[in-house]
Design a protein around this ligand. Structure first.
Ligand SMILES: Nc1nc2c(ncn2[C@@H]2O[C@H](COP(=O)(O)OP(=O)(O)O)[C@@H](O)[C@H]2O)c(=O)[nH]1
Ligand SMILES: [Mg+2]
Length: 254
């Protein structure tokens, strides 16, 4: 059993060594960094690791093309190899690699196809270093998305620390994933659910970054707000087409 942690990076030079060191402690895990031409030398640091171990890999892209497309490229890279579990993890040490075994345990013990690391499980708020405004935006974003999409049993649909079993990524058409920021996280979970996969959550603590700066913006939040409605409408249309198709079949038989 092998797992791949995909780490998208844009200017994470002060974080990348530590995150790689922590992850390499888990011998069944390889790392793929997808770097968008960081100007601070992030990719050079990754290349230094690659000279030391084959477990670290790098995809270099031409410019800042967004988180979603970085993950899609990373997943495709991993699917052409023999990984059973695929992780999403930020480079900025917000996600503690020590949780890696807990994700896999949850997948195995409860037969989950996707396990999301939730900051808000059981009514708690497990976030270190956020002000009230940042927390409110995150909580509202979750409420908004889960209410509109009708997945109210999930507590943290925008979390970027998660694990997918290989079969989920094989089933979801990655070429059709259109969103890029927080919307990407919502779209992936929604599509997994719509394809009949079991999505679970485990508690995690999210630590706001100490080094470097956030790349998220108002534009990315807006993308998520609009994308939720697109997913909703697509779902309604898909269901109508299905019901219409069934009616046609029934009328042919009778
Ligand atoms: N490759 C790539 N990585 C990105 C891009 N935008 C953000 N990231 C990475 O995605 C992760 C999460 O981004 P971050 O700015 O910390 O988001 P926040 O935690 O929501 O503030 C970090 O590892 C970033 O370096 C992008 O356009 N391309
Ligand atoms: Mg961050």
């Amino acid at each position: 059993m092998k797992g791949l942690v995909v780490i998208p990076t844009y200017n994470e030079v002060d974080n990348i060594d530590q995150i790689i060191t922590e992850i390499l402690k888990y011998h069944f895990i390889d790392i793929l960094v997808v770097d968008d031409n960081s100007t601070d030398g992030t990719a050079d640091k990754v290349k230094r690791w690659m000279r030391k171990t084959e477990r670290v890999n790098l995809i270099e892209r031409k410019g800042k093309l967004g988180l979603g497309t970085a993950y899609v490229e990373g997943f495709k890279w991993g699917l052409s190899r023999d990984y059973s579990y695929f992780f999403e993890m930020d480079a900025d040490l917000s996600h503690d690699p020590k949780e890696i075994p807990n994700f896999i345990k949850k997948c195995k013990e409860e037969n989950c196809s996707v396990v999301v690391g939730s900051r808000y499980l059981n009514g708690t708020i497990s976030v270190v270093g956020w002000d009230f405004r940042r927390l409110l935006i995150s909580k509202f974003g979750n409420f908004y998305a889960t209410t509109i999409l009708g997945v109210k049993n999930l507590t943290d649909i925008t979390s970027g620390y998660r694990c997918y079993r290989r079969d989920v990524l094989e089933r979801i058409d990655l070429n059709k994933i259109k969103s890029n920021g927080y919307a990407f996280q919502i779209e992936m979970v929604f599509k997994a659910l719509k394809n009949g996969f079991k999505v679970c959550e485990i508690p995690i603590i999210f630590y706001e970054r100490s080094n470097g700066s956030s790349k998220m913006s108002k534009r990315i939040a807006l993308e998520a707000a609009v994308m939720v409605w697109r997913l909703k409408i697509e779902d309604i249309l898909n269901r109508s087409i299905y019901i219409y198709g069934r009616k046609q079949e029934v009328s042919k038989v009778s």
